[in-house]
Design a protein around this ligand. Structure first.
Ligand code: CAA
Length: 257
């Protein structure tokens, strides 16, 4: 059974990637993460793909890193395995990734959803960082990304108590873009992906990179970074086409160059 199922051309410009370890609630063992990294990297290089949707199943997006795989390891062994290297590679994917989350998104599962660029959540979704309950803490970016997404006091409560929050709470906290009925979760993700896929792809890539830069730098450096990418877009054909189409009062015909 494939641990990660991929439909590269699910809809025009849109790929669908599905975590597929249902019996273990999509627990993210090293094979799953390596396969996910490999697929995302190859989709990132496919010029026909504009946006990627990452999903799980109705029960779980992912219930965290695989506890059974980690439980007997020592610190130095964990250090040598360096499981988070694959996460760093996923973080560097240039195309937008939308997480379509139903059921559990816990620990590494919540962190994986937050590594994506946007999150559409089903009403059934449950988010949390319960690592504290098993004697550890988030290790795949949870303390950093959750804090940036929901603020310090909420992140503290979630990480220090390990409690789960509902999709509605996640929406209220600014963790997800939208909450929809379970049956329309993928459809909503496709709608969002379709809107982005129509946009000029170089501008999409540089805009994603610039937004992510907001988390890496001070405001002044971030503004310089954004400005350079903004100027760079004036070398693209799609900038000329987009602005000319506006002036001509017609729809633009973007070519991705
Ligand atoms: N790792 C390994 N196996 C897992 C798993 C995980 N994170 N989550 C669930 N499973 C397995 C269970 O062991 C069980 O397998 P068996 O049938 O072989 O016993 C199967 O999936 C179904 O799970 P449950 O029987 O527990 O299902 P439930 O509906 O009673 O409970 C749950 C669901 C509340 C999500 C519960 O499974 C749970 O608490 N899971 C662990 C959540 C967690 O602690 N995640 C954080 C992991 S550490 C981490 O992610 C570190 C990091 O930052 C990278």
């Amino acid at each position: 059974m494939k641990l990660v199922k991929v439909t590269p051309h699910y809809k025009p410009g849109i790929s669908l990637v599905q975590l597929n370890r249902p019996k273990e609630l999509n627990a993210l063992n090293s094979k799953v993460m390596q396969s996910l990294r490999d697929h995302l990297t190859s989709l990132d290089q496919d010029p026909k793909v504009k946006v990627i949707i990452l999903t799980g199943n109705e029960q779980a997006f992912a219930a965290g890193a695989d506890i059974k795989e980690m439980s007997d390891k020592g610190a130095i062994e964990m250090l040598k395995i360096d499981q988070f290297k694959t996460w760093d590679q996923i973080r560097k994917i240039q195309k937008p990734i939308i997480a379509a989350v139903s059921g559990f998104a816990l620990g590494g599962g919540c962190e994986l959803a937050m590594t994506c660029d946007m999150i559409i959540a089903s009403e059934s979704a449950k988010f949390g960082q319960p690592e504290i309950k098993i004697g550890v803490m988030p290790g795949a970016g949870g303390t950093q990304r959750l804090t940036r997404a929901v603020g310090k006091v909420r992140a503290m409560e979630l990480v220090l108590t390990g409690k789960f929050i509902s999709a509605d709470e996640a929406l209220q906290f600014g963790l997800v873009n939208k909450v929809v009925p379970v049956e329309s979760c993928l459809h909503e993700a496709v709608k969002l992906a379709t809107a982005i896929a129509k946009m000029p792809s170089v501008a999409v890539r540089l805009a994603k990179e610039s937004i992510n830069q907001a988390f890496e730098t001070h405001l002044d450096e971030g503004l310089q970074f954004e400005r350079k990418n903004f100027y760079l877009l004036f070398a693209s054909k799609d900038q000329k086409e987009g602005m000319r189409a506006f002036i001509d009062k017609r729809d633009p015909d973007f070519e991705g160059d």
